[in-house]
Design a protein. Structure first.
Length: 187
């Protein structure tokens, strides 16, 4: 344990350790490096949840690349998707002709990324792919191609390594299942 030990008390269990995350992120970085050989992709980080994954992933990629940040709202403080998606902070660049990789923390219902893929297609990107740390296929509500993911996980609410509950737990180095007693009192 380290100086985030108090946060671990709110977990039911650790689901994915920092060592497992590091190995998976490295593998994904190698895969993307191969797939995008000769290209200069634009990595779009979806704030704030993807930040930790993003900063690790880009350092495992041996390509010239560019960074952009976007903020989308879909959840509020609850653990269930509201289905409402809107852009709070947009990109700073024109994406015409660019190969975009959207970097996300988790694909749950798929609503957020299905919306974003359409947005970038409308803006004439050359290609748009998704790289997500976590994927919850059982929860999908729309059809969505998820080209890259590190882990498929069961239907549980998880926090850590960037993922939050009510803006907390993002700094946990591992990924854990949040104890239901934490959100039961808010619902
Ligand atoms: P989607 O549109 O339902 O796919 O929502 C994806 C977003 O919901 C993610 O970017 C997260 O912010 C949030 N989310 C979904 N499941 C979890 C979870 O288990 N823990 C933390 N955030 C989650
Ligand atoms: Mg998010």
């Amino acid at each position: 344990m380290n100086n985030t030990a108090t946060l671990y008390q709110d977990l039911e269990r650790v689901l994915i350790t920092r060592e497992e995350i590091q190995a998976a992120v490295k593998r994904l970085g190698e895969q993307i490096t191969k797939d995008y050989e000769g290209k200069e992709p634009l990595f779009v980080c979806i704030l704030k949840g993807a930040v930790v994954f993003y900063t690790d992933l880009i350092r495992e990629i041996d390509l010239p690349l560019n960074l952009e940040f976007m903020s989308i709202s879909s959840y509020g403080a609850s653990t269930k998707s509201s289905g409402v998606v809107n852009i709070r902070k947009d990109l700073d660049v024109d994406v015409t002709g660019r190969d975009i990789i959207i970097v996300e923390d988790i694909v749950d219902s798929g609503m957020t990324l299905s919306f974003l893929k359409k947005v970038f297609a409308t803006r004439n990107a050359a290609s748009v792919r998704i790289a997500t740390l976590l994927n919850k296929p059982a929860r999908r509500r729309v059809e969505l191609d998820v080209e890259y993911y590190c882990f498929n996980i069961p239907d549980a609410f998880v926090v850590g390594y960037g993922l939050d509950y009510a803006e907390k737990y993002r700094n946990l180095p591992d990924i854990g299942v949040l104890h239901p007693r934490i959100y039961a009192k808010d619902e």
